[in-house]
Design a protein around this ligand. Structure first.
Ligand code: SAH
Length: 262
């Protein structure tokens, strides 16, 4: 068993706002995050999708900028990539570090808000992954632009960006469904939606002991995120619905975007 290297970064949530992400990921919620995901079922649901994308791109050094409790960092490390894990939430970073130890993998982990990601400190990478609909925590378009530029600055020329999102096109059309097949596979929690407008989407997580947690995010449309990715200097955009290149945009849970740093 290796020990991970936890480095403290900024303790404030720079990209926050009224729905500040770090306040939403309370210790209690974060401790339940792995129940919500169910690591084994999530791994089964996505298969080798991300590993294949990264291998095809020839990636060796990968940074997971929204590692959460570390699910993808562990999968990718076990698949042989060199992985650095970051997250802006101190509770998530602690949970990730505990999971790295539990899985016997050595992954440097750092608490860092996206606006503080710095290639002079972290180095540069062949790929940046930002998964679990994380980018939707940023409500303001200008700030998302700065965040996407930061991701770009971590990449070597020709490096690969992988960003996913909940399918807000379907959700905003009143078609929210959480099949439990892919990202949130645990059976001890139900995921529902509360307020849904063009400006905000509230997810409500209710566990079997009736504990309830809410996340408020910006319901960005897939077409808008594609445009924003391109405006931040990426090209060759591709998208996938629930891991498939040909998909029905109204019946997919998650949309995954890939693009190349130009
Ligand atoms: N990728 C993980 C976690 C998704 S939850 C998974 O799929 O399970 C979203 C994560 O994004 C949270 O851990 C949250 O702390 C992180 N996050 C949101 N906004 C952030 C920001 N501005 N800077 C850094 N991390 C952020």
């Amino acid at each position: 068993m290796f020990s991970s290297d936890v480095v403290e970064g900024s303790v404030h949530a720079r990209t926050g706002g009224d729905a500040d992400y770090s306040r939403q990921y309370t210790r209690d919620f974060v401790q339940r995050w792995d129940q919500l995901i169910d690591w084994n079922k999530r791994a089964e649901g996505e298969g080798s999708f991300f590993v294949d994308l990264l291998q095809k791109a020839g990636a060796k050094r990968v940074i997971d900028v929204s590692t959460g409790s570390g699910f993808h960092a562990v999968q990718l490390r076990k698949a042989g990539f060199y992985v650095v894990a970051c997250d802006g939430s101190s509770t998530m970073v602690e949970q990730a570090d505990a999971n790295f130890k539990k899985h016997g993998v050595s992954i440097p982990v750092r608490q860092c808000d996206w606006l503080d990601l710095d290639s002079r400190v972290l180095g540069t990478f062949d790929a940046v992954v930002c998964l679990g609909s994380s980018l939707c925590h940023v409500f303001d378009e200008q700030t998302r632009h700065q965040v996407l530029k930061r991701f770009h600055s971590l990449l070597k020329p020709g490096g690969l960006l992988i960003v996913d999102q909940r399918n807000f096109q379907a959700i905003r059309a009143g078609k929210f469904k959480s099949t439990g097949q892919y990202y949130y596979c645990g059976t001890s929690a139900k995921v529902g939606v509360g307020e849904v407008t063009d400006e905000v989407c509230e997810f409500i997580y209710t566990f079997t002991d009736q504990a309830t947690f809410r996340l408020r995010v910006y319901p960005i449309l897939p077409t808008q995120l594609r445009t924003e990715i391109e405006l931040a200097g990426f090209d060759r955009h591709r998208s996938y619905g629930d891991f498939k290149p040909i998909y029905n945009v109204l019946s997919s849970d998650f949309i995954i975007h890939t693009a190349i740093a130009g």
